[in-house]
Design a protein around this ligand. Structure first.
Ligand code: 5GP
Ligand code: MN
Length: 338
């Protein structure tokens, strides 16, 4: 965080404020971890805070300290709207354009608050007065750690906060294995363990806790995988019917897309997941190396993210979405074969 932003943030937080903290829609461990840790920090420094999620988040993240205080905009609309309207400061964490919070954006756009963005995705929009945006950071949780330190709050990091921040770092680095993991990331993680983060339990909660129905859904997804060696590409589709058959719950498909990349020669992996309720196909894209799934998702699927991990959506049905996707591959062949 640059010194001008640190100064501006210190001044903004120099007296007790009403503050709202918002992660993106379908929040993952990084978004929720960042929001909850920041919530603890701001409360401990005398502010009145509310964490508002655009919608619900997966059960496997509900062990996180502070989770019980989260207000769900979809379910607790009146309370959430009131907090947004009354806020003097709104922190948006782990996203950088208001479209990422879905229908909640209308209420947020008309708020009178000063906006602070903390985020590590590409191409930030310009709604925030204070922008802490760094695409080289492993995770928003790593950034929240640096921000708290810059504000002089290192000593205020409790084991609850450390658990939340560690969970976010572990989520976005795939347990420290993705290329976004730096020496600094490891040093932050080490400090968080020293502060009391329960690292083994966190890894287990996030990556190694399953239900039988989720494992069977994974089996179905892997069976559905189509491998296109000529484009170094593998994709998976899951229909609403397949999700229903396996008692799909939010979060169950987390990580499925990565299996494609474990195949030798595959550098681009995609999963298409039907969502009948929203009338869309939700798409997750992953790559290895220079092929930018952020650009691909942005150009063709109303999405975005990072170079090697991005998301998007399609309003076509599954068959047409996949047909369209496959029609795009030839023009990217050179980049895909790297
Ligand atoms: P996932 O595929 O795990 O949902 O998301 C991968 C990355 O892309 C995450 O950093 C996530 O925030 C981002 N992402 C997912 N869906 C979207 C989307 O619809 N639009 C944008 N801009 N980013 C997305
Ligand atoms: Mn993130």
């Amino acid at each position: 965080m640059n010194s001008a932003d640190v100064g501006a943030l210190k001044s903004l937080l120099s007296s007790s404020q009403k503050i709202v903290i918002i992660p993106h829609k379908n929040p993952d461990g990084d978004a929720i971890g960042a929001a909850l840790a920041l919530n603890f920090y701001l409360k401990s420094t005398g502010h009145h805070t509310t964490v508002i999620t655009p919608n619900d988040y997966p059960q496997f993240l509900k062990w996180m300290p502070g989770t019980g205080e989260v207000v769900n905009f979809e379910k607790e609309n009146v309370e959430a709207t009131k907090a947004i309207e009354e806020a003097a400061v709104i922190f948006t964490v782990d996203f950088n354009e208001l479209g990422r919070i879905g229908p909640m954006q209308e209420t947020v756009r008309s708020a009178r608050a000063t906006f602070v963005m903390v985020d590590h995705h590409q191409s930030p929009a310009d709604y925030a007065s204070i922008m802490y945006s760094d695409i080289n950071m492993s995770s928003t949780c790593e950034m929240i750690f640096h921000m708290i330190v810059a504000l002089g709050g290192l000593e205020l990091i409790t084991s609850d906060m450390a658990d939340c921040l560690y969970a976010g770092i572990v989520t976005d680095t795939g347990s420290f294995k993705y290329a976004s993991t730096t020496g600094k990331t490891h040093r932050v993680a080490a400090t968080l363990i020293d502060k009391g983060a329960h690292s083994a339990e966190i890894h287990k909660n996030i990556f190694d806790t399953n239900t039988a129905s989720r494992l069977h859904l994974l089996g179905c997804a892997l069976k559905n995988m189509v491998i296109l060696p000529e484009f170094s590409t593998a994709y998976i589709s899951l229909s609403q019917e397949e999700l229903d058959t396996h008692q799909f719950k939010k979060g169950d498909t987390e990580g499925f897309v990565n299996y494609g990349l474990t195949l030798e020669g595959i550098r681009f992996a995609v999963i298409f997941i039907e969502n009948k309720e929203e009338g869309i196909i939700k798409i997750s894209l992953r790559s290895e190396g220079d092929f930018s799934v952020n650009e691909f998702a942005r150009k063709y699927f109303e999405g975005g993210g990072h170079t090697n991990a991005a998301g998007g959506k399609s309003n076509r049905n599954m068959k047409d979405t996949i047909h369209y996707f496959r029609s795009l591959l030839p023009e990217h062949k050179t980049a895909l074969l790297g």
